[in-house]
Design a protein around this ligand. Structure first.
Ligand code: SF4
Ligand code: MG
Length: 323
């Protein structure tokens, strides 16, 4: 585990009714670090973010076991009252769809102002100045004019910049961004990720960046946790994982990154379908889709070799199968 750990999730298991969508999930995020949490939809990434944000009760979810520690605070046992002070102030959230964060009937500038007024006690003029400065840093053209607009008057990319400004407005320590660019045009996606990364680096914040795209991980992240079927299957430093991915699923995700010069439509997904939480396969949950699955994979759950938060992989044959 890195020295200055800000957030650690250890052996986290979450249930929703009779299902167990997160099973023994863990990772650590150091101060100033950008961690990618990557996997297809249905892997449990958003649920992990909700567990960190204390929002599981909204969807009937519950932490069965494990710990979520943020700067010495045990979030898994934090009363909602205390959580409310933490959210926005110390942990900022960026969701996939900006309209879940924006109020359609309030001017966007007022919505950014609100965050620093509420959490930092700024007066209206100071809050407005702060918002306009942030909007400028997010390369929102004419921030003074945009401050007075309503969300529907902005493009998707501009709306998402406003949401990022809101997440940053109270100067939090940690940003949790759940697929922040998925709803946007491909050309806008990389720009917004870069703006977010630059701001996070500049302020030495920590970022948990959820994505289904290994290209985004390569562009933005220091470390990565690969999730599949409600578990973490591989964790490590981004350079090391790209140089030598050990889990077949990690290799498959890397194989899905579009490359320059690739014909449109040439991009192939990973064959097979994501398992449903109510019917997880036995043994290794990836076995029905794994090209190197052996009889043992059908029966025995591969244990994670790196401990609860360290680097490592959960696969019986991380170096391939002997031929
Ligand atoms: Fe494939 Fe077996 Fe490794 Fe699972 S444990 S990823 S099925 S080789
Ligand atoms: Mg999701």
């Amino acid at each position: 585990m890195p020295d200055a750990t800000l957030l650690s999730v250890e052996r986290l298991s979450v249930s929703i009714g009779p299902t167990r969508p997160l099973d023994d999930v863990g990772f650590a995020l150091a101060k100033g670090e950008i961690l990618g949490v990557v996997g297809e939809s249905g892997a449990g990434k958003s649920l992990t973010a909700m567990a960190v944000m204390g929002l599981l009760p909204l969807i009937g979810g519950r932490i069965d076991s494990g710990a979520v520690r943020f700067d010495g605070i045990d979030l898994a046992r934090l009363p909602e009252e205390a959580y409310r002070k933490l959210r926005g102030r110390r942990i900022g959230l960026i969701t996939q769809n900006p309209m879940t964060s924006l109020d359609p009937i309030l001017r966007v500038g007022a919505q950014i102002d609100q965050v620093s007024r509420l959490h930092m006690g700024l007066d209206p003029a100071a809050a407005r100045a702060r918002s306009i400065d942030l909007m400028g840093r997010l390369k929102i053209p004419e921030p003074l004019a945009v401050h007075d607009l309503y969300p529907h008057q902005l493009s998707g990319g501009m709306k998402q910049r406003v949401v990022i400004a809101m997440a940053l407005a109270a100067d939090p320590d940690l940003i949790v961004a759940d697929e922040p660019t998925t709803a946007l045009d491909v050309t806008v996606q990389a720009q917004i990720i870069q703006l977010l990364v630059d701001l996070v680096r500049d302020r030495k914040l920590s970022l948990m960046l959820i994505t289904h795209d290994m290209g985004v991980v390569a562009q933005a992240c220091d470390r990565v946790a690969v999730m599949y079927g409600g578990r973490v299957v591989e964790r490590g430093e981004v350079g090391a994982i790209f140089a030598q991915p050990r889990h077949p699923y990690t290799r498959a995700l890397i194989g899905c990154i579009p490359r320059p010069g690739m014909a449109p439509g040439a991009l192939k997904g990973i064959p097979g379908t994501v398992p449903s939480v109510s019917r997880y396969p036995s043994g290794c949950r990836f076995h029905p889709r794994c090209g190197q699955a052996q009889p043992r994979c059908h029966e025995v759950v591969p244990s994670f070799e790196g401990g609860p938060t360290g680097d490592g992989v959960a696969c019986h044959f991380p170096s391939g199968v002997p031929s």
